[in-house]
Design a protein around this ligand. Structure first.
Ligand SMILES: C[S@@+](CC[C@H](N)C(=O)[O-])C[C@H]1O[C@@H](n2cnc3c(N)ncnc32)[C@H](O)[C@@H]1O
Length: 383
């Protein structure tokens, strides 16, 4: 256990009054609050002469004994900052000790955000809009991320397609209206994924996409909106499978939908895939799909939450099924409850796959995206 972990554990068991008492005693004993002690040892040649004279006079002045320990402490730190970074930089840094804030809580800034949300300037009012069903601070954090994502997407070639993505955004969905569109993080993240996936091919010859762990179906909605002829198979577990089914069925009423989790053999599943555009199955059923029958295999933000055995199984299936593969994972994860660690380099991509890209995601910036082109024939080493 780390020392901070141990400290937290001890603090949980001690009465708060005792913790406060110990903290007060420690603070009073802190030598950094003894300004005279500090000043005696301080290298006075490291600060401007005018300031040196001022401080020397101040220590002797009747004001000195009246100053709180806290301000003696801050002043000592500030003098050290001036000595280290020069008085010009200090002017900038020191404002943080006076009245400039770099963090916020609802207690600190709730009133400010509510006032800002009323601003006639729509950029400000958007940023501070409280999202339905969300507390104020999470809303503002959500909005800041959404605006940053929007700015990032609008600076990229994919920007002109932002309005083409079909999405069901009700009043209760966290979103911001930008222009004519209700913009969500899902739309923006999926567009960034689409742009990256497009580096694997231009989709023109691609027919079938298989996505595992599709969540609410946001990536599927984006691909199906931007590439109208695609056949899309989703392999997931409930309740996510139910959620993506409902969402995508609602968004693409003109597409034929099959709920295929009862299919037990290759022929049954092949017929469902042949006769439909959107097919929903359980993960184990991807074994029933034909060799190299998947033009694009997607695993977005899901592999890192699986057991190593499941990941190994999927990679064998990817090798057998797919012609292209895109994955997006945390750079490092510790899977809760299963308690194993995974890093971005732990995934068993095969030697014979050609890596087309391996890059840090724009967002989340501690995720990576990898894209591979796979051989057209099943490798003899495929499990
Ligand atoms: C964090 S969500 C990501 C959802 C979606 N890909 C996205 O990026 O919005 C993880 C998804 O993985 C699915 N999942 C978990 N274990 C799975 C498994 N063994 N096989 C397939 N999907 C799985 C969950 O049901 C969920 O849909």
């Amino acid at each position: 256990m780390t020392s901070s972990g141990l400290r937290r554990l001890v603090q949980q068991w001690l009465p708060p009054a005792l913790i406060e008492f110990v903290r007060d005693v420690r603070q009073r004993a802190d030598r950094r609050t003894d300004f005279q002690y500090f000043w005696k040892r301080f290298d006075k040649s490291s600060i401007p002469s005018e300031l040196r004279e001022m401080v020397a006079a101040f220590v002797e002045s009747p004001d000195f004994p009246k100053i709180s320990r806290y301000w003696h402490y801050l002043n000592a730190n500030n003098l050290e900052m001036i000595a280290k970074s020069g008085s010009e930089n200090y002017r900038k840094d020191v404002s943080l000790n006076y009245y400039t804030w770099t963090d916020f809580s609802e207690e600190l800034a709730g009133g400010l955000f509510q006032a800002a949300a009323q601003s006639p300037n729509s950029t400000y009012s958007k940023l501070f809009r409280q999202q339905p069903g969300m507390e104020l601070v999470p809303s503002v954090k959500h909005n800041i991320l959404l605006v940053a994502l929007h700015a990032a997407v609008m600076a990229r070639p994919i920007a002109h397609r932002i309005g083409e993505v079909r999405e069901q955004v009700s009043d209760s969905t966290p979103h911001l209206r930008i222009g004519d569109i209700r913009i969500t993080q899902d739309r923006l993240n999926s567009l960034l994924e689409f742009e990256r996936i497009s580096l694997l091919g231009d989709f023109s010859g691609w027919r079938t996409v298989l996505e595992i762990g599709a969540g609410n179906g946001r990536t599927a909605a984006c691909l199906m909106s931007l590439v109208p002829g695609l056949k899309y198979v989703i392999a997931d577990i409930p309740p996510a499978l139910f959620l993506s089914l409902g969402n995508l069925r609602g968004l693409f009423p003109e597409r034929r939908v099959a709920v295929g989790f009862k299919a037990t053999d290759r022929e049954q599943l092949a017929a469902l895939i042949r006769d439909n555009d959107l097919i929903f199955i359980f993960p184990n059923q991807i074994r029933l799909m034909g060799d190299k029958s998947v033009d694009l295999f997607l695993a977005v933000d899901c592999l890192h939450e699986m057991t190593r055995t499941t990941i190994d199984d999927y990679f064998s299936q990817i090798d057998r099924l797919a012609l292209n593969f895109y994955m997006k994972v945390w750079n490092r994860t510790r899977v809760p409850f299963d308690l194993h660690h995974l890093t971005r380099d732990d995934y068993p991509a095969r030697q014979h796959w050609e890596k087309i890209f391996d890059v840090a995601c724009v967002f989340p910036s501690n995720f990576s995206e990898m894209g591979y082109s796979l051989p057209c024939a099943v490798s003899s080493t495929t499990a």
